[in-house]
Design a protein around this ligand. Structure first.
Ligand code: GLC
Length: 653
């Protein structure tokens, strides 16, 4: 949009640009800056307009974008232009992701590169590597306490190793996703060190207070993220003699985005990683970016403005790079991280679908899809050019983040229902064979979250111990049922490394004092490649799961109706054990797939009259695209075996 005030400011900024910037060919940069400037200006002035130095800060912002544009390698600039043309590229059903710790999957980045064929074999073409930036050698929250945002931790290798990996990935059509920890730094970061030594400039990078007065005011409304291990949201720093805000662990200092210098530093870091070859950046803990006394300090409007500003700036320098919002918050809040009051996503193009994740775990425990149906029915449609990251589990705990109204709507009592789920997944509930561990127990509220590998949570570990073949088969079926949904729901499925071969809980973390108090390490495995080899040995669990998943991925990629264009319709059916939705190809709606998932351990039936307007599925020959088989019908009823999913098509092909 053209607007005089911002335009004349832009003219001034461009006139004042440093000569080394002026000399470059910035054609594409200027076009994009012109297009986004009004928005950048408005957001920046809304956030920082009251400061005397706002114009200088704005000048610095533009220079930061220009410098990183100049440093952007030519192949990445070309990919920016190609993606601008094909702007829906990431909504395709052809993408399948995997999240992993580089040093859990392999020893380091160079070994990871040698093991790249494994992704290709499985069909994975997006790999999310958890943070690898320099961090303290002891506790570092799995790399989420960064002490140098521009260095790779030596354990993983070097920056060159990462660049080589990115190049190799790109050669084979694999997208590289890197983590950027926006909300906080390690207390060993240079900024924190300078703050500790009394430098006021760097004290203003954090929330630092002389006494408990302001911290107490914050505490009155702020929840605790790690109540067991890091209670409260402030830590006393002895060397500084002051209190510092530490929402996560006491060694993770929250950055003060009320200071534009922090914003510009972090934008620079985002663009730096974009220039190392990242296709997607996962922005960690974005819900926490803005702190305000009297609020939860989560999901604040300004946190959204910051993300919009980051997006607008990134579009100027590296428009081919996407953002993932890691906002594991209430369903109505998550959707806002795509941006509000817009048509196209204007914050993050991708967001973790934590709502679906939590609802799936509910359906497994209750063996019915009541809450799942209710929750998904209330999931608002996304903006265009926005997509979900659909996952079953990730490196974090499973939080029971349901909307209480949804829980009540299906006749459960929220507190009691959550207690049931905690008991179920920690194996306390009678009849549960789940081997999860509690995480983040809060003795004030009774809340807890759950750790544990997918296989151990669904009973595979217990079944293998007892040797009961039926139970082993059931656990395998549940694992595939869950994947069958994340692969067809709409969005990018994100596998978690090790799950593709049924990796069980790993309790060795207890031996390591830096990890012992964090049960999430039970599901952050070091991959044993001798087990991975078993994927080639029929009769093993590894073979069963890996080959099923490989096939599922291959079939998904062939189904255009699985691309994500808000082309899903949830079908309310009378059988509570079933989760049913249809997917249709957005440009050829007659091309449809009916997805049915049975969460019960007994076979269930679906009366075709339940499908209402989708009754066209009655005609034609129903065929499950995954197995290639036709489901059993009894008169007008479709029979769905226990813990089974179908991807039904009535197209004869
Ligand atoms: C994110 C990460 C989690 C980490 C937290 C603090 O939620 O996924 O692992 O503990 O941020 O950085």
């Amino acid at each position: 949009m053209y607007e005089q005030v911002s335009h004349s400011l832009l003219n001034d900024i461009l006139t004042d640009l440093k000569p080394e910037i002026h000399k470059q060919d910035l054609r594409h940069f200027y076009t994009r800056l012109g297009a986004n400037f009004y928005s950048i200006y408005s957001l920046f002035f809304t956030l920082y307009g009251k400061r005397d130095d706002v114009d200088q800060q704005m000048q610095k912002l533009v220079e930061t974008m220009a410098r990183q544009y100049i440093g952007r390698p030519e192949p990445l600039r070309e990919s920016d232009i190609a993606r601008e043309k094909d702007h829906n590229w990431f909504l395709s059903q052809e993408w399948v992701g995997m999240a992993q710790y580089a040093d859990g999957y392999a020893q380091n980045l160079s070994e990871l590169r040698q093991r790249m064929h494994y992704f290709l074999e499985l069909g994975v073409n997006m790999v999310h590597l958890m943070p690898m930036m320099q961090c303290p050698s002891g506790a570092s929250d799995g790399g989420y306490a960064v002490s140098d945002f521009r260095q790779i931790n030596k354990r993983f290798g070097s920056l060159e190793d990462l660049q080589q990996l990115a190049e190799e990935f790109h050669k084979y059509g694999i997208l590289l996703t890197l983590d950027v920890v926006l909300n906080h730094t390690s207390n060993e970061h240079e900024w924190a060190q300078k703050a500790r030594s009394g430098d006021p400039k760097f004290q203003d990078y954090y929330y630092i207070f002389d006494n408990r007065e302001v911290p107490e005011m914050f505490e009155a409304t702020m929840p605790e993220v790690f109540p067991e291990t890091a209670p409260g949201n402030f830590t006393w720093d002895e060397s500084m003699g002051k209190w510092v805000m530490t929402v996560f662990n006491d060694y993770q200092w929250d950055l003060n985005y009320g200071n534009p210098a922090v914003f510009i530093e972090m934008l620079d870091i985002i663009l730096y990683w974009a220039n190392q070859g990242a296709d997607i950046l996962r922005l960690d803990a974005v819900a926490f970016l803005w702190k305000k006394i009297g609020s939860l300090c989560q999901n604040e409007r300004e946190a959204h403005l910051l993300l919009q500003l980051l997006k607008d700036c990134c579009q100027v320098t590296a428009p081919g790079v996407l953002f993932i919002a890691e906002a594991i918050v209430a369903p109505v809040e998550i959707i806002k991280y795509f941006g509000e009051d817009a048509i196209n996503a204007k914050e993050c193009e991708i967001a973790y679908n934590a709502s679906l994740m939590a609802l799936l775990w509910d359906a497994i425990a209750t063996k019915n899809a009541k809450l799942l149906n209710q929750g998904i029915q209330n999931l608002p449609d996304k903006l265009e050019r926005a997509t979900w990251l659909n996952y079953i589990r990730c490196h974090d705990d499973i939080g029971l983040g349901y909307d209480d109204n949804d829980i009540r709507a299906v006749n459960y009592e929220p507190y009691a229902h959550r207690q049931f789920l905690i008991d179920y997944y920690t194996g306390k509930y009678k009849g549960s064979s789940s081997r999860g561990l509690p995480f983040g127990y809060n003795d004030k509220t009774g809340d807890s979250r759950i750790s544990g590998s997918l296989a151990s949570l669904v009973g595979l570990e217990a079944a293998l111990e007892s040797g009961d073949q039926k139970e082993i088969d059931d656990a395998v079926k549940i694992i595939l049922l869950l994947h069958g949904i994340t692969m067809s729901f709409g969005g990018m499925p994100l596998l978690y490394y090790g799950d593709e071969i049924g990796t069980l809980n790993d309790r060795s973390y207890i031996e390591d004092p830096a990890k012992a108090n964090d049960s999430r390490w039970t599901h952050r495995p070091r991959i044993k490649w001798e087990n991975v080899e078993l994927r080639n040995t029929p009769g093993t669990i590894e073979h069963q799961l890996f080959s099923a998943l490989k096939k599922m991925i291959a079939v998904r990629k062939e189904i255009p109706a699985f691309a994500d264009f808000n082309n899903r319709k949830l079908l309310q059916v009378s059988n509570p054990h079933l989760f049913v939705f249809s997917r249709f190809q957005y440009d050829q709606p007659a091309n449809r797939v009916l997805v049915i998932a049975n969460f019960d351990h007994a076979p269930q039936y679906l009366g075709l009259e339940d499908l209402g307007r989708e009754a066209y599925f009655r005609t034609g020959t129903l065929r499950d695209l995954y197995s290639g088989e036709s489901p059993i019908m009894h008169k007008e009823d479709l029979i769905i075996p226990s813990h089974t999913f179908y991807w039904l098509s009535d197209q004869l092909s």
